[in-house]
Design a binder for this molecule. Structure first.
Ligand code: F6P
Length: 548
């Protein structure tokens, strides 16, 4: 497979990128009154507007050509037809099957995928009914009031982000808590507020070997046992979601209490599987089903729409234009809806663990930049923190602004204020304000000329800073499902064009392995002579201070 840099469209885009600093986004709007219509995509539950980017019709056409020359259509059908596109782990990638988006006749290892998914969904539905109705009880016969999900990374971020996003749809029947950190402070803070007799734990771990999750699971088991529970009582309080039946059984969770996962679902794409169990417990199975429905809608859009009107494809291409061709090293995720406050953290894993790679499928080193650094937080809070840099800093940071037309919990006067800021910020980033305008404003306010000349350059906003706007109609289970699936497909498209293995994560292994050895040293008070002097001295200091 030749490098994408050899594609004619890639070479042409490199040439366009050299001219991009001369392109003014505002002028593009002045020159083309139809620009918005050409660069915005209307789809169920939302609108995606990528018009405020340094992209003209030539660049747009070349980006689309890049997708074509990268054989995106062929790769997309390989993806949906369960070919082993996760090359290094030799697995298909089929999280779309979890929301009914693959052919019903699709089999993997002689098993029908849709049947597997439906059986598991039925098990989730039944369990949710049992717990929420009080049919499922704690070992002393009390109703379950609290659910604690123990998991990290993909086994935590997706469900927790959705729980937070859709909390407005909860009937408050169950309180759901999430514990991911190896820092005992987190689990302690949660457990001290809970009653063991009414608490259910979900151990969410695809591998059932993740150290942080296993440590938390053991701590939780001890806590339950300290309340007087016997080994036999564990079954009332622990369920697992895992692909590793053996390990979960060894931990003491009976086969009946284990929900399955499959190799063809990657951790960071797994919230649609039984990893989403805490979502269904908290919000009810119906809401979970609506979340899947929204994602299914986005899958259909992704499969059927021409590239130009295909939101995940265009977001991916615009992202590649900004990061690879224009050299923007980071990308901000700025939700203006309180419900989406965890979206930046979720997307950090989804995008960076997927496409934060520097070798191509072939193993050859890339000679172009791939995934930018994703970061962000609620936009309205960011305005009073880091937006200074977005407007006037030396780096240009492309950003996704995500907001909703209707609030889930309207409070008089609040939503218009919030959304006025949402609209104003993308406009300000694009338009900026030049010396002449600054001086005129100061003059109009009565500032004298010497003060104006002192101030003027400090108040200039260069503008011409790119952004995408994603405007949801409202936060609903369907719109949140669609939003997440849109980003998932964006990741897929970018991985194909960059030719990186989006579905493995070898880069997390080395640190895990070293931590294992160091934990032994700390525990047994032994010394590893191979450490560099920094690591050695830091460990020594840790031991010394600890033993004081
Ligand atoms: O360490 C990274 C990672 O493997 C993620 O890819 C994954 O989502 C997370 O750890 C949790 O893994 P598991 O579900 O196997 O505990």
């Amino acid at each position: 497979m030749t490098s994408p840099t050899q594609l004619p469209s890639w070479k042409a885009l490199e040439k366009q990128a050299q001219k991009a600093s001369d392109v003014s986004i505002s002028s593009l709007f002045e020159d083309d009154k139809q620009r918005f219509e050409k660069y915005a995509i209307e789809l169920p539950y939302m609108m995606v507007d990528y018009s405020k980017n340094r992209i003209d019709e030539d660049v747009k056409a070349l980006l689309i050509k890049l997708a074509e020359e990268s054989d995106l259509v062929k790769w997309r059908s390989r993806f949906f037809n369960a070919e082993p596109i996760n090359k290094t782990e030799q697995r298909p990638v089929l999280h779309m099957a979890l929301r009914g988006s693959v052919d019903e006749s699709l089999n993997i290892d002689d098993e029908n995928v849709s049947e597997l998914v439906n059986t598991e969904l039925a098990a989730v539905k039944n369990f949710v009914r049992q717990v929420r109705s009080g049919e499922w009880r704690g070992y002393t016969g009390k109703w379950i009031t609290d659910v604690v999900t123990l998991g990290v990374g993909g086994s935590n971020l997706g469900p927790q982000m959705v729980s937070e996003a859709l909390r407005g749809y909860s009937d408050n029947r169950l309180n759901v808590h999430y514990v991911s950190n190896a820092d005992g402070v987190q689990i302690n803070n949660v457990l001290t507020t809970l009653n063991p007799h009414t608490t259910l734990f979900i151990v969410s771990s695809k591998t059932f070997t993740t150290a942080e999750t296993m440590r938390n699971a053991n701590t939780a088991k001890r806590w339950l046992e300290q309340s007087g529970a016997s080994q036999g009582d564990i079954k009332n309080h622990f369920v697992a979601v895992t692909a590793n039946l053996q390990k979960a059984t060894e931990f003491g969770i009976g086969a009946d209490n284990i929900f399955s996962m499959w190799d063809w679902v990657g951790g960071r794409f797994s919230l649609w599987s039984s990893i989403g169990l805490p979502i269904a417990l908290e919000l009810g199975f119906e809401v979970f089903a609506q979340l899947l429905e929204g994602a299914n809608m986005m899958d259909k859009h992704f499969i059927s729409q021409p590239f130009e009107k295909n939101a995940p494809v265009m977001l991916a291409l615009v992202g590649i234009w900004n990061s690879t061709f224009l050299g923007r090293g980071s990308h901000a995720i700025l939700p203006y809806d309180q419900s989406l406050h965890m979206l930046p953290a979720y997307l950090q894993q989804a995008e960076m663990e997927s496409n934060g790679k520097s070798v191509r499928w072939s193993g050859a080193k890339v000679d172009y930049s791939t995934c930018p650094i994703l970061w962000g937080q609620l936009g309205i809070n960011g305005q009073h923190a880091f937006y200074q840099l977005l407007h006037q800093g030396t780096q240009v940071v492309p950003a996704d602004f995500i907001g909703s037309v209707e609030s889930v919990d309207p409070v008089d006067g609040h939503h218009d204020l919030l959304m006025a800021n949402f609209f104003a910020q993308t406009q300000a980033l694009m338009q900026g304000v030049d010396e002449e305008q600054v001086a005129a404003q100061l003059r109009a306010g009565g500032t004298d000329e010497s003060r104006i000349s002192e101030l003027v350059t400090h108040k200039v906003h260069q503008g011409n800073r790119p952004s995408n706007t994603i405007l949801l109609d409202k936060i609903t289970p369907q719109s949140v499902g669609a939003l997440i699936a849109m980003y998932e497909h964006k990741i897929f498209v970018q991985g194909i064009i960059w030719q990186v293995c989006s579905f493995d994560q070898w880069g997390v292994e080395l640190g895990k392995m070293l931590a294992k050895g160091i934990e032994q040293e700390l525990h047994n008070n032994t010394e590893n002579k191979q450490h560099d002097s920094s690591t050695k001295n830091l460990i020594d200091r840790y031991k010394t201070v600890k033993s004081r």
